[in-house]
Ligand binder design. Structure first.
Ligand code: SF4
Ligand code: SF4
Length: 220
């Protein structure tokens, strides 16, 4: 008989414990998990509350140093093409125009003080292809190409996934190309005129190879 009542007691206690846990979660579910970002030390300790995000009205926060969508601070880009050459999936497209002597001051310097010698009318990154490997970022000599914490950039039209960072419009690029061609033509004309008047620069003779040490000659 005592075992009969003992079983009833165990069953009642078990049901009460289970219902208490259910009730606690039910009460906690009316409040959010918290607004701490995932870089917050105790983000994953917040076990109570709703964790489902109401996407797209809400998005998962990302740490400030997260390595997601790329951004090029074009004011510091020298158009060296290293990022394009290093990209394993060829998602960077760059077109450059050499800066004419007249425009060097207009083109300006990078924030690190380096004179820019290239206009960069086209600097496109197809982020639909980009796998955020960061190789381009690591080879950039001016550190103008960086990852951003922007992780959510979905689009209805895949063509909108190409991001443009160029520093010239098409019309401006045409004008700069024309100016460069004119400068080249003027230089060629000046060189021709100098040659015709006998003032062409005399080419320097090639340096003679240094004689090999006697020991090396013996070994040949
Ligand atoms: S992060 Fe990687 S895949 Fe993306 S553009 Fe740079 S090198 Fe290419
Ligand atoms: S490596 Fe950097 S400086 Fe060179 S073209 Fe790319 S973004 Fe510009």
């Amino acid at each position: 008989m005592s075992e009969y009542f003992s079983n009833i007691k165990t069953a009642t206690t078990t049901i009460a414990t289970g219902l208490t846990i259910t009730l606690r979660h039910f009460i906690n579910a009316v409040k959010r998990k918290g607004d701490a970002g995932i870089d917050d030390a105790d983000f994953f300790r917040q076990v109570d509350g709703l964790c489902t995000l109401q996407y797209p009205r809400e998005v998962m926060p990302t740490p400030a140093n997260a390595r997601y969508r790329l951004y090029n601070n074009i004011d510091d880009c020298i158009g060296c093409n290293q990022c394009d050459r290093a990209c394993p999936v060829e998602c960077i497209t760059i077109e450059t125009i050499k800066v004419t002597a007249d425009d060097l001051a207009i083109c300006g310097k990078t924030s690190g003080g380096q004179q820019k010698r290239m206009w960069v009318p086209v600097f496109d990154i197809d982020v639909a292809k980009c796998m955020t490997c960061g190789i381009c970022v690591s080879v950039c000599p001016t550190e103008c190409l960086v990852h951003t914490p922007v992780a959510d950039f979905s689009e209805f039209d895949v063509r909108n996934m190409v991001y443009h960072f160029g520093n010239l419009s098409k019309i401006e690029a045409q004008a700069k190309t024309k100016k460069l061609e004119e400068e080249k033509a003027a230089k060629a004309k000046a060189a021709e005129a100098a040659a015709a008047s006998g003032q062409a620069p005399v080419p320097k003779p090639a340096p003679k190879p240094a004689p090999k040490p006697a020991g090396d000659q013996a070994g040949e």
